[in-house]
Write a protein that binds this ligand. Structure first.
Ligand SMILES: Nc1nc2c(c(=O)[nH]1)N[C@H]1C(S)=C(S)[C@@H](COP(=O)(O)O)O[C@H]1N2
Ligand SMILES: [Mo]
Length: 501
């Protein structure tokens, strides 16, 4: 090949960038048709999340919150695009070096994919295909270089851009109706009625104040926290739950086995340990599922096993104290959420819910394994990254409304408070530096859910600070000591500044 190319460095960079984007898109399509989590960007992002030092991820999450994952994926995509531009420029003068660089990127992507838990050797294919697309595009670009005209460049742009656009559209299609689509399986599940129905909270579970979070958060509004860039899409027919470790006998359950068992339905509030004071990484739902202690008991649990490790299809783990799982609380393997099969984002087809424990030590989604072990023998995912071994959920309360403005006169101040398993005994509100005043509480059936509170405030004009605090069911007042989320959950009182006009 002629190494003195006529096209400018800039147009080679553009060709490389476009080739890289087309490669990513085609790889994404290949993954969407086979294993979505093996898409180059998804696998790379997952691998970064798995290996990044805790100090770095804490800093990043502190900085950007739940935008962390979109930003990571976008960052990596920009990185790949920039690398593509670099490869284009390199190809102009050193084509073999450029090809080797592409091969290097393929190896990185393929290695990231194949090392993701739950993905097999075939996971290398999307990255390999991406590489082939990049090589083919740049080869074509190079072969046309000698007689390249403005029209020729437009042709390249149209062809490669067209491939990229078609692949993106194809991926979208594959996710909805192709083999990776699992919504049909989900919708086909007819959830049986619970054998042990929920105890209804009472006539006033919900004050229905505008701006106040509902007692039960609809699935579409429920907070989502997990490490998955591409949520696992579990084939329910191939799914099973294995119970093993320190047990008398290993057991395996299919989804139909779970459906056929005695089902309980419970209102339980789930909270994330990384929820800041006043934050919204907490929600209450009506869960349908099978009793976790009953199912474990069938396997015969060794009394020396103090930790229940739950593992998801994507390799994430949580470790819960067996003592709490067996102490009579409604620990469950949930298959239903607010009357529907578990949404994909919330763990389809089955997840754990253990009242009184933060999600990171209990609430495993896309559950596949329950292993009885000890805390000495194994540290679960977030424990190896600086978070505490399981401690009780901390008492918290939040002001939902008003948040910044109110018109003078009668203002309803309202919010939620939670101290799962201990329950909420009282909530008090303070206006500016005034006395703590008792709030009205909604009805609840158990201590496992949050509780709404409200206060009718005769609001004088001007700027006022409202502060809330709760007392748990044991009579313990929520601490005003300020602590960050690491290592075992934030403390401090939520307050808002309201301008009354
Ligand atoms: N497989 C898997 N399950 C998981 C997680 C995860 O990263 N992977 N995150 C946990 C955490 S930290 C929380 S707070 C809850 C959140 O559950 P939700 O997304 O249904 O609200 O899920 C838990 N289960
Ligand atoms: Mo969490």
């Amino acid at each position: 090949m002629n190494s003195t190319h006529r096209a400018s460095t800039r147009s080679w960079a553009a060709a490389g960038l476009l080739a890289a984007l087309a490669g990513l898109a085609v790889g994404h399509l290949a993954a969407a048709l086979t294993a979505p989590r093996s898409a180059p960007l998804s696998a790379l992002s997952d691998a970064v999340i798995a290996v990044v030092p805790p100090a770095v991820s804490h800093w990043f999450i502190e900085l950007v919150g739940t935008a962390d994952k979109p930003l990571l994926v976008t960052g990596l995509a920009l990185g790949v695009a920039a690398a593509g531009a670099g490869v284009g420029v390199l190809w102009r003068t050193r084509p073999w070096l450029a090809r080797a660089a592409v091969a290097g990127f393929v190896v990185v992507g393929a290695a990231a994919a194949v090392t993701r838990p739950g993905l097999g050797a075939a996971a290398v294919l999307p990255s390999a295909l991406s590489g082939v697309v990049v090589l083919a595009c740049l080869q074509w670009w190079a072969s046309r270089d000698a007689d390249r005209s403005r029209n020729g460049r437009r042709g390249f742009l149209a062809a490669v851009g067209g491939v990229a656009a078609a692949a993106v559209a194809g991926s979208w299609w594959a996710g909805r109706v192709g083999p990776a689509a699992i919504e049909a399986d989900r919708e086909a599940v007819a959830l049986p009625d619970p054998d042990a129905p929920v105890v209804e909270p009472g006539p006033v579970a919900d004050f229905e104040v505008e701006g106040l979070t509902p007692y039960r958060v609809p699935n579409g509004d429920f907070y989502r926290i997990d490490t998955a860039i591409t949520v696992p899409r579990v084939d329910v027919d191939a799914w099973s739950l294995r119970v093993h470790g320190m047990v008398d006998r290993e057991l395996t359950f299919t989804f139909d086995d779970l459906l056929g068992r005695e089902l309980i339905e419970r209102d339980i509030t789930l909270a994330c340990v990384s929820n800041p004071v006043g934050g919204d990484l907490v929600g209450n739902a009506r869960w349908l599922g099978v009793s976790l202690p009953a199912l474990l008991a069938e396997a015969g649990v060794d009394p020396a096993a103090d930790q229940l490790v739950s593992r998801s299809t994507d390799g994430w783990t949580a470790g819960s104290p067996t003592e709490l799982v067996f102490d009579g609380r409604d620990a469950m393997i949930a298959i239903g959420m607010n009357g529907t099969p578990l949404p994909v984002d919330h763990g389809w087809p089955a997840r754990l819910v253990v009242p009184g424990l933060y999600g990171y030590v209990s609430a495993t989604k896309w559950l596949t394994e329950l292993e009885l072990t000890t805390f000495d023998a194994y540290d679960a995912y977030w424990i190896t990254r600086g978070w505490s071994t399981p401690r009780p959920v901390k008492t918290q309360s939040r002001i939902d409304t008003p948040r910044s403005k109110a018109s003078g006169g009668a203002v309803t101040v309202a919010g939620v408070a939670w101290a799962q398993h201990r329950g909420i005994g009282a909530v008090e509100l303070r206006v500016d530096d005034g006395a703590w005043r008792p709030c009205e509480l909604s009805d609840v059936a158990t201590g496992d859910t949050w509780r709404q509170w409200r206060y009718e405030w005769d609001a004088p004009e001007g700027e006022h600070t409202l502060t809330v605090r709760a007392t748990d069911g044991d009579g313990e007042v929520q601490t005003d000591t300020v602590q960050g989320v690491i290592p075992d959950g934030a403390t401090g009182l939520h307050s808002v500044t309201v301008t009354v006009g």
